[in-house]
Design a protein around this ligand. Sequence first.
Ligand code: GCO
Length: 467
Amino acid sequence: MSRPTCFPDGFLWGAATSAYQIEGSPLADGAGPSDWHEFSHRPGAIADGTNGDLVCDHYRRFEDDVGLMKELGLNAYRFSVSWSRVLPEGRGRVNGRGLEFYQRLIDRLRERDIQPHVTLFHWDLPLALARRGGWAWRDCAGWFADYAQHMFRALGDRVPFWATLNEPWVVVDAGYVSGSHPPGRIAPRDAPHVAHNLLRGHALAVQAFRAAPHAGQIGLVVNLEPKHPASSSPEDVHAAARASAYMNELFLDPVLRGRYSERLPQIVGGDWPEFSEEDLRLIAEPVDFIGVNYYSRSVTRHDPGRPPACASAVRQAGAEHTAMGWEVFPRGLTEILCWVTSRYGRRPIHITENGAAFEDPPPEGGSVDDPRRVAYYHRHLRAALEALAAGVDLRGYFAWSFLDNFEWSHGTSKRFGLVHVDYATQRRTLKRSASFYRDVIASRGAALCGDGIRGGRAVPSSVLQAP
Ligand code: GCO
């Protein structure tokens, strides 16, 4: 197969955000609180004591932010809807003013030829539903589908791409295994039920989408990472396989193969619940694309002290790590996209998140010098090209993130943005990585080929432009 040196026509060049991480004004205009609003105000829950009350103030500055997206040349923007802005109690009464915010945002995007890629659930659950048991409760799936239906009715005519859930694995693992996200419980016995109800909610929403004539596409967004054994010992090899089943197969197997991974029972000590055939048929409702969030790989060793997979990650001495402590491992992106294609068949994939937090210097001279992020994007976009060359049906790439934002339990201490945000003044400054990405987009990827970066600095766009 000939090696593509640029991305296909119609490729989605995007950046991503999520509602609670950027919007601010979480209770404005009749919105109800979300579980993240409640959680981030618990003393000690967020490492730096920040919360989502203001963050990027995107709720009030979205028009300017859309202008910046245009400057970068994005043709797509992935964001999420805050469920409790639209349905303050999570179900029942619709808050028209909350809905209007998303209508206006989408209208602005469309005026600028930026395609909206809308995620319905990026972790912020209406508090009223969390108090009824949230995703651990079977009814939550139906509440989610009702909310999804409101959104399809209101916006279905102008949204080409919908994602039901973002990273359901994190909802399960951080919410119910480690307890670092809401509900902040260590309740491993609930975890399979939470996973199952998320999947049922996803599928019911897809059914609701199919029930009305919509031109758009709908998919699911998962976080994936290759799990490489730390040694060739059978213990570590098995640990890596378990960790991969737990993270990579838990959601994709039931959606795309109609059953849970055969390795799951070993992971939860033989205790994987018997879910009904009817549920499994529902969950396998076909989707139009898979969204893959990729940040790193994990080098894995056997660790009985770390249930449920009894595996833990080993830090690679000598490797480059981001400010999150994640190894920079671009080849893993090619590997995981090829793995999805070989395990589940060739199907449309969007890279719905990829990016890195680094400790950036402050803005100077109207820019922020972030050579390590430039190099990160450069190498990962090359890895995406490799995946295309290997036959992966890759349709889009979304940088995480458009803006510096509220990085969940880390608060605003970790900066992932292409655009620097000064939280005190709300001033936005394009980082060099943003200029680099703009040049890549303008050349449809040709800027990546050859020596796109030198010494960690982006070369001027005139040099990068393809002839
Ligand atoms: C994620 C989330 C983002 C995070 C990002 C960096 O999907 O994990 O979608 O909200 O901020 O991944 O950790």
